[in-house]
Each structure stands twice: as structure tokens, then as C-alpha cells.
Design a protein around this ligand. Structure first.
Ligand code: AMP
Length: 115
């Protein structure tokens, strides 16, 4: 794995600007720079797992924590009328940043199937 920090690590470290909504020992929640909904946050583990399919059994508790934080943030920032979580795994699925993150989208109607 590269020694260089990921863009999300740089934001969490304060090296580049970003709006951090929440932070704990295990993760941070950032507002997306290019929001796809009125609320669009990213739940990012501090441990760099490039993508979900590179997580391991050791990460089970961490992954559960990320989901708990995702719905807690939706309750904090959303309108209470629903939210969507998304994980893009791999380039074909739309992944652009190789540092696992859960998108939390809220405050607009969502459609299915997704694009
Ligand atoms: P993905 O395409 O699933 O890998 O998601 C990466 C997300 O990171 C995209 O929604 C980007 O808009 C977002 N993003 C990229 N750079 C930044 C940044 N500097 N601050 C906040 N969000 C970012």
C-alpha cells in the first residue's frame, strides 16, 4: 500500500480543507465536496481499507460501527423522511477514492434502480 495519505486522511489530519461533521476514535464524517443530495456525507474509517472487498473478518466490528454512525448522522442532519447509504466498490461501480467510505444521502426523493 502507498505511503501517501489518502485525500480523506488529509482532510481528517487538517492538511487540506474539508467540513468534518463528526469524528471519533474510529471514523470521521465529512461533507461531500460535490453533493448529490441536499445532505451528502461520507463516513470514513480512520483505518485505510481501500474498498469493501478488501476488508477482512478483523474489520467486522469497525464496519458495524460505520453503519451505526451513518444512520446517526442521517438522524442528525436529515429531515427524518428517509436516507440512502451507498458504497461504490470498484471503478465500474463508480468508486473514485480508494479509501472505503459510506455515502449518506438525504433530504430529497431517491429513485430506484440507481444509475
Ligand atoms: P466514490 O466515487 O464512491 O469513491 O466517492 C468519492 C466521493 O468523494 C465523491 O462523492 C467525491 O465528491 C468526494 N470527494 C472527493 N474529494 C473530496 C474532498 N476533497 N472533500 C470531500 N469530498 C470529496
Amino acid at each position: 500500500m502507498s505511503d501517501e495519505l489518502t485525500i480523506f486522511q488529509k482532510i481528517i489530519a487538517g492538511e487540506i480543507p474539508g467540513k468534518i461533521e463528526y469524528e471519533d476514535e474510529h471514523c470521521a464524517v465529512l461533507h461531500d465536496i460535490n453533493p448529490q443530495a441536499p445532505i451528502h456525507m461520507l463516513v470514513v474509517p480512520k483505518k485505510v481499507i481501500p474498498r469493501l472487498d478488501q476488508s477482512s473478518d478483523d474489520d467486522t466490528e469497525l464496519l458495524g460501527h460505520l453503519l451505526q454512525i451513518a444512520h446517526t448522522m442521517a438522524a442528525r442532519c436529515g429531515d427524518g423522511e428517509g436516507f440512502r447509504i451507498v458504497i461504490n466498490n470498484g471503478r465500474k461501480a463508480g468508486e473514485t477514492v480508494p479509501h472505503l467510505h459510506i455515502h449518506v444521502l438525504a433530504n430529497r426523493a431517491m429513485h430506484w434502480p440507481p444509475g
